[in-house]
Design a protein. Structure first.
Length: 461
């Protein structure tokens, strides 16, 4: 149910953020509020007071407490022993893809909207296997063009699995987003996991944008039986960068035998039955991820402060989600009105909507200005760079753009310190930048920035 916004933010930005220069956050890197930043700093100071005591006792004790809290409050079907805090979602997806013992004839099924870092990791696994002489999987991509209903996506996914099986191709792993990055749309990830289970296919959910943006409480239940799931906490739940939750159920730990990088927690098969001193047997996997090498860990320990901020300052997770979803949809509609375009969504039942806390709005760019290939214009001809620099320099904000179905879109993220007026500001800024592009005002100096991106968005995963 949408809430009435009345231009009332849930929290005042000046009391919460260290800077207002990015008051329309991209969603890519998240925003860490002052109280959580202060908690992170306090943990860093604590660590410096006695580093040895902190690393051996304080940090492990506090981290176990946080994992138990995440299990009890936010992920009730996931025992604490199945959870680990890691640097980012890309670390988790890499651990899975590098850990699975691939066999000749294995196939990896992914959607065409797969996040770039994950897509490249799959390609790396395939290429490295070929050069090292080890069995390599084959990647199969399922084309997805939005807007598409969840039901239609599920039907297409089921048909793809059935077709591959009828061709004698063994799908070992399927990977998909919970909320995709480009475009920023919600997927029926729980039901996709169920389909994978029914087809005896391992499921890897790239949930980088999920925790804090959508309800993840079914994870680990029969309704959402993901085999591997990883979600950033810094994007939508206010933790410092980088921090992510990595979920691997007990029966799948053998697929992820090592942390990244491999460190003291790894056990050779010959010693796998030996107990780790001071660590319960069912906690060894999570304990290994606790310390894959000396690093700054205050961002992990600040998850407590981030959860407190949501509960005490914002009124709870559900209230935050409802506000941000309402703002994304109402604000997105206002941006579309200003631009004279539309949002990338489906009409009808609430459960079929594609917009959660990110909304994707088409930009009114004309073909005579950007050419016949929108993807090429965005990533190779400087479109992304021109938008980034112009919005940053002239409007003190940034709003990522993307290409999908040969159209150019902007992705806007709602957040508790924003309201509809902020989205209207974004709409006016985007309209002006589009005007400059359509009139040929795109200097080569700014175009070169996007050209250097060579087809890939810059975003923390």
């Amino acid at each position: 149910m949408l809430v009435s916004l009345n231009c009332n933010r849930l929290v005042n930005a000046t009391d919460t953020l260290t800077s207002l220069s990015a008051r329309l956050p991209a969603g890519a890197f998240g925003s860490c509020p002052k109280p959580v930043m202060e908690a992170s700093h306090a943990w860093s100071v604590k660590a410096e007071e006695n580093p040895d005591l902190f690393r051996r006792f304080t940090y492990p004790t506090q981290l176990r407490s946080i994992l138990r809290r995440l299990s009890s409050e936010r992920l009730p079907h996931c025992p604490a022993s199945t959870l680990a805090l890691i640097r980012n979602a890309t670390t988790g997806t890499n651990a899975v893809l590098r850990g699975i013992p691939w066999q000749e004839g294995d196939h990896i099924l992914c959607l065409s909207t797969v996040y770039g870092a994950l897509d490249r990791t799959i390609d790396y696994i395939i290429e490295h296997s070929a050069t090292s002489g080890t069995p390599k999987p084959t990647k199969v991509t399922m084309e997805v063009t939005y807007p598409i209903s969840h039901e239609e996506l599920l039907k297409t996914f089921t048909a793809k699995l059935s077709a591959l099986r009828s061709e004698g191709k063994r799908v070992r792993l399927a990977t998909f987003d919970a909320v995709s990055s480009h475009p920023g749309v919600l997927l029926p990830w729980e039901r996709l996991c169920v389909l994978c289970r029914e087809h005896n296919v391992l499921s890897l959910v790239d949930a980088a944008h999920a925790f804090g943006q959508i309800d993840c409480s079914l994870l680990g239940s029969s309704a959402a039986p993901a085999d591997f799931w990883v979600s950033n906490v810094h994007k939508w739940s206010f933790a410092p960068r980088g921090c992510a939750i990595f979920y691997v159920p007990a029966q799948n730990r053998h697929f992820v035998p090592s942390t990244l990088p491999t460190s003291w927690g790894w056990k050779a098969k010959a010693s796998s039955s030996l107990a780790t001193p001071g660590v319960a047997a069912d906690e060894e996997w999570a304990a290994a991820w606790r310390d894959p090498g000396t690093d700054q860990v205050s961002h992990y320990l600040s998850v407590d402060a981030a959860l407190d901020f949501v509960r005490d300052r914002l009124g709870g997770e559900e209230r935050v989600r409802r506000y941000n979803t309402s703002l994304a949809r109402i604000g997105g509609a206002e941006v579309a009105r200003i631009l004279g375009t539309e949002i990338l969504d489906v009409e009808g039942k609430e459960e079929e909507r594609l917009t959660a806390c990110m909304v994707t709005v088409r930009l009114p760019l004309v073909s005579r200005a950007i050419g016949p290939d929108a993807t090429k214009w965005v990533w190779q001809m400087g479109g992304e760079g021109f938008f980034f620099e112009t919005l940053q320099d002239d409007f003190a904000t940034n709003i990522p753009i993307l290409a999908h179905n040969n159209r150019v879109y902007a992705r806007l993220s709602a957040q508790v310190w924003l309201d509809v007026d902020d989205f209207a500001y974004a709409g006016r800024a985007l309209k002006e930048v589009c005007r400059r592009v359509n009139e040929g005002d795109m200097p080569a100096a700014k175009a070169s920035v996007g050209a250097e991106a060579a087809g890939q968005p810059v975003e923390a995963a």
